[in-house]
Design a protein around this ligand. Structure first.
Ligand SMILES: Nc1ncnc2c1ncn2[C@@H]1O[C@H](COP(=O)(O)OP(=O)(O)O)[C@@H](O)[C@H]1O
Ligand SMILES: [Mg+2]
Length: 363
């Protein structure tokens, strides 16, 4: 997958810009707060995912305007394609001239992976960030997963409301069956997909981390169920989850929240057998997060046959030369967008083009 042209109108501080990237490494450089990350963010939005900065869509519209318009020409699935994205309070996508009935329909059309300083939270913070990583990564590959996830979250929210209501209306108790049945149905789907995804990702991340750390350390990841049914098959997980929910009713009624299910699960990340979150150094945590992200790209390529576009925000300057070398070598056949303050900080780059950003403009 390659971006051939990107046109931005009123996207954050970029009022008007046209970028024609090269197929290899594109360095976007300039001082702080000039719009480098904004440019990466605009490309990322074409994956159909939320902003990697956690921003709401409306925040992406230029302060002086009511509407953002982005146009992406790219090569994917063996042909030239175009996506248009307009943001005016909400998003609207047009793919090859056809308006999509919902923004979720764009998922899978344009594939990218992004790594930015916020992704350090993947290793450093609580399990929520890691579940989000899995959810976004799987949704890009299997749009149906996003549907199951949304079904799960809705059923879970309903059960939680009900748990609180039952305290005052005990006659509602039997209604728990309905929501638990739904939660169990979607939970089985989520768990099977997440376990399958982590199994695919595992070898890639271990290999990449080995490369980054110069074979001195070993990274291992695993899907960790907070409360496991002990089953592997979807039907069995579903039945097991139904039992777990039923058994947890008493505790859950006391707290007004649901204590079992994949919304409590985690992705374990260990370096040489120790939790990277609890024991990893800054450098190890950064390398582990990067290995997960580059691994994510490898899974996408494996699954779809398309090499996703890599968006690397402010990563190179933090790494020593040998780690930089490994990464640049690893991504040398991909189209990459790297932001940095000083293009010389990417010392060993012998190919590609540099784009300078100043005050929201390309100069
Ligand atoms: N909706 C918006 N409209 C106009 N400017 C914005 C908007 N959102 C962010 N900005 C500006 O964008 C700049 C930050 O851009 P960013 O891409 O993060 O910089 P950097 O070059 O350091 O990566 C800030 O000056 C900020 O005020
Ligand atoms: Mg930035």
């Amino acid at each position: 997958m390659r971006v051939t042209q990107l046109e931005l109108t009123n996207f954050r501080n970029i009022e008007n810009a046209v970028v024609r990237p090269c197929d290899g490494v594109n360095i976007i450089y300039g001082d702080n707060a000039q719009g480098k990350t904004n440019l990466l963010e605009s490309i990322w939005l074409f994956t159909g995912c939320r902003s990697f900065r956690g921003a709401k869509d409306a925040e992406c519209v230029n302060f002086n305007s009511a509407k953002t318009q982005l146009s992406l020409d790219y090569f994917g699935e063996g042909r030239e394609q175009n996506l248009l994205l307009s943001i005016e309070k909400t998003r609207r996508f047009t793919r090859n001239g056809i308006v999509l009935s919902s923004p979720a329909k764009v998922m899978g059309a344009f594939l990218a992976v992004v790594f930015s300083p916020v992704h350090l939270s993947l290793v450093k913070d609580g399990p929520y960030e890691r579940r989000k990583f899995l959810d976004v990564a799987i949704s890009q590959l299997k749009p149906k997963y996003a549907v199951a996830l949304s079904g799960y979250n809705k059923a879970l929210a309903q059960r939680n409301i009900l748990l609180k209501d039952i305290v005052y209306h005990s006659e509602l108790y039997d209604t728990l069956d309905v929501w638990e049945e739904q939660i169990a149905f979607y939970a089985a789907e989520l768990i099977v997909q997440r376990v399958g995804y982590v199994n695919r990702l595992r070898d890639f991340t271990t290999e990449i981390y080995g490369g980054i750390s110069n074979k001195k350390e070993t990274l291992d990841i695993a899907y960790e169920e907070a409360c496991s049914t002990g089953a592997n098959k979807k039907e069995e997980i579903r039945a097991g989850m139904r039992d777990l929910l039923r058994a947890a009713r008493k505790t859950d009624l006391a707290t007004g929240s649901t204590s079992v299910g994949p919304h409590r699960d985690d992705l374990s990340i260990q370096i040489d057998g120790l939790s990277a979150r609890s024991y990893g150094s800054q450098g190890q945590q950064r390398s582990a997060a990067l290995a997960l992200k580059l691994g994510e790209a490898a899974v996408i390529r494996n699954f779809t046959g398309e090499q996703p576009v890599a968006l690397l925000d402010d990563v190179m300057s933090e790494l020593d030369t040998s780690r930089q070398n490994y990464i640049l070598n690893h991504i040398k056949d991909w189209q990459v967008f790297i932001t940095c303050c000083d293009p010389r900080s990417v010392k060993n780059l012998k190919y590609g083009q540099a784009i300078r950003m100043q005050n929201g403009a390309i100069v």
